[in-house]
Design a protein around this ligand. Structure first.
Ligand code: ADP
Length: 530
């Protein structure tokens, strides 16, 4: 209990100090009517504080606002009015967020970002502007028109919610930073890029010859980079950093937003920053949401395939036992039925294994057990199996293949996938040809069918996850669109490649190459010389 009180006092005390110093800074930056600051950090700070630490932070905000405005020259009652407005602003923003999106809003969700920008921040800042400017008006301390003071107040606060609050919110509640040297180097480059772009846009010293044409749109480059490669937190940080540079230059009379009066310059800069901040928050959230969706989908695939595997395996064991019983009792018909069931279970197990491999591939946990493998024997075995299972004629042509240091099961899986596809996507009466070659230091295996073929525009895409050509006769055939993706990844793991040559209506040849190990290259060279 005591600890909680101390922790509260420390947090509230810190909030008061931060509020006071940032508010003083804002009021000294040419505030309209002396009190409507165009760069008002406290709004974002107090919103983040209430969101993260709860509504009980309100006294620190109220005291901070009262103290700053009173010291800055506001009559006591006016300062009280302003303090009420500022406190309500933070409470209302959090209240609206929680009302619409629940207790744990997140800037990684598009819906929450929209509510934050277009409802919570937009309206709550109006509350503060209206109460604050009305207090100034009633206290007869307005030195500019009501509307111009109100709009400066509102924009200053809104910008703070859009630029400052996300940075604090995301850093306080965010996950650990991504580690790894490459990520650190990329982060440093991103920050350099944000600063560089800020300088190019705003500094007259560094002005490019084309400065006559506004270069403000350049800011989107680093912000989109941050959104794509990092996330909402890094994007918000980049926007914040850029906005500091922008304000600094504009306050020093440099850059594309400079007008006769500093307050006018800041007003036009802040409108620009408002658009930038909202756009980048929206882009970052949509990318983060998509990533999250992908992650959940991968988790689901992994979970579902694990869950399916156990019952299917036991069904298989029992059907095999049942078959033995029927064979013993010489019940041929029943035994035939069981055979059909077993074939279907075999297919099901194949699909489940593909799904499991896919999820392992995504998490990088797919294991490879390399050994010396006779590629020729493996190829003959797989060709024979597929040929018997499908009752199709498969010809094996070309030169005999050597031993390779590879994962036997995985290379077998590639061969079996390609052969099964050739069977699946070509007519029953057409022969399939498997041709082997050794070109310089690679083994190349080509599997040629005389089937429906693949149109040019699909030829690259069929190697992507879940891609199936959207043709009704293909959609009718069973498949998940993972076989080629997995096969290509397996071949790539072995240092090889996979590609296709195809003509619609004429057929396709799927090729894959595997590098020869040094030992064999020498062997083949000496054979050639002989
Ligand atoms: P699946 O066959 O399970 O759909 P794959 O990843 O093996 O998944 O193949 C992806 C897509 O590539 C198939 O849906 C099909 O449209 C196309 N495809 C693959 N092999 C052939 C082939 N031999 N002939 C024609 N189309 C093919």
């Amino acid at each position: 209990m005591k600890r909680e009180v101390i922790s509260y006092i420390v947090k509230a005390g810190l909030l008061f100090i931060v509020y006071y110093s940032s508010a003083t800074f804002g009021l000294n930056l040419n505030a309209v009517s002396n009190f409507a600051a165009l760069f008002w950090l406290p709004t974002g700070i107090s919103f983040a504080a209430v969101l993260v630490f709860g509504y009980r932070m309100w006294p620190a905000i109220a005291l901070g606002a009262l103290f700053t405005n009173y010291i800055h020259g506001a009559p006591f009652l006016v300062a009280c009015g302003i303090a009420i407005g500022n406190t309500l602003e933070a409470l209302v923003t959090v209240f609206i967020m929680q009302l619409f999106v629940g207790r744990k809003p997140s800037l990684a969700r598009l819906n929450d970002v929209f509510i934050f920008i277009f409802i919570a921040a937009f309206f709550s800042t109006m509350v503060s502007a209206t109460i604050g400017v009305t207090s100034l008006f009633l206290g007869k301390t307005l030195s500019a028109s009501y509307m111009s003071t109100w709009s400066a107040w509102w924009i200053g606060d809104l910008l703070s919610d859009l630029v400052v609050a996300p940075v604090l919110w995301l850093w306080i509640t965010g996950q650990k930073l991504q580690s790894g040297l490459i990520k650190i180097i990329e982060t440093v480059f991103l920050m350099i890029c944000v600063i560089g772009v800020g300088i190019v846009i705003f500094s007259e010293q560094f002005a490019l010859p084309i400065q006559q044409t506004p270069l403000t749109y350049l800011v989107f480059l680093p912000l989109i980079w941050a959104a794509f490669r990092f996330g909402p937190r890094e994007t918000a940080t980049s926007t914040f950093l850029f906005s500091l540079i922008a304000i600094w230059f504009t306050a020093h009379g440099s850059g594309p937003f400079v007008h006769a009066k500093l307050s006018e310059s800041l007003l036009s800069l802040q409108s620009f920053m408002g658009v930038i901040a909202s756009t980048s928050l929206i882009i970052a959230a949509s990318i983060a949401e998509r990533r999250e969706f992908e992650r959940r989908k991968d988790d689901f695939i992994s979970f579902a395939s694990h869950e399916l595997k156990t019952p299917v395996t036991s069904i298989r064991i029992y059907t095999q036992l049942l078959q033995k019983v029927f064979i013993k009792k010489k019940e041929r018909k029943a035994s035939d039925y069981i055979n059909h069931i077993d074939e279907q279970i075999e297919k099901l197990i194949h699909l489940i294994n593909d799904l499991l491999d896919l999820s392992k591939m995504q998490t990088g946990s797919l294991e490879f057990r390399k050994e010396w493998v006779s590629l020729q024997t493996l190829l003959q075995e797989v060709v024979e199996n597929v040929s018997i299972a499908s009752s199709r004629k498969i010809l094996l042509k070309g030169r005999a293949l050597p031993q390779l240091y590879a994962d036997r099961d995985r290379v077998g899986q590639v061969l079996s996938n390609l052969l099964s596809n050739a069977v699946k996507y070509s007519p029953e009466n057409k022969t399939i040809v498997v041709k082997t070659q050794i070109v310089s230091n690679r083994v190349i295996i080509g599997i040629k069918d005389q089937g429906m073929g693949i149109a040019q525009e699909h030829q690259d895409k069929i190697f992507e996850r879940f891609y199936r050509v959207a043709e009704s006769r293909i959609q009718m055939l069973p498949g998940l669109g993972i076989g080629l993706y997995l096969s290509r990844m397996i071949v790539k793991y072995h240092g090889g490649d996979m590609w296709v040559k195809s003509l619609p209506g004429k057929g396709s040849t799927f090729f894959f190459s595997l590098p020869l190990q040094r030992k064999h290259m020498r062997l083949f060279q000496s054979k050639k010389e002989n």
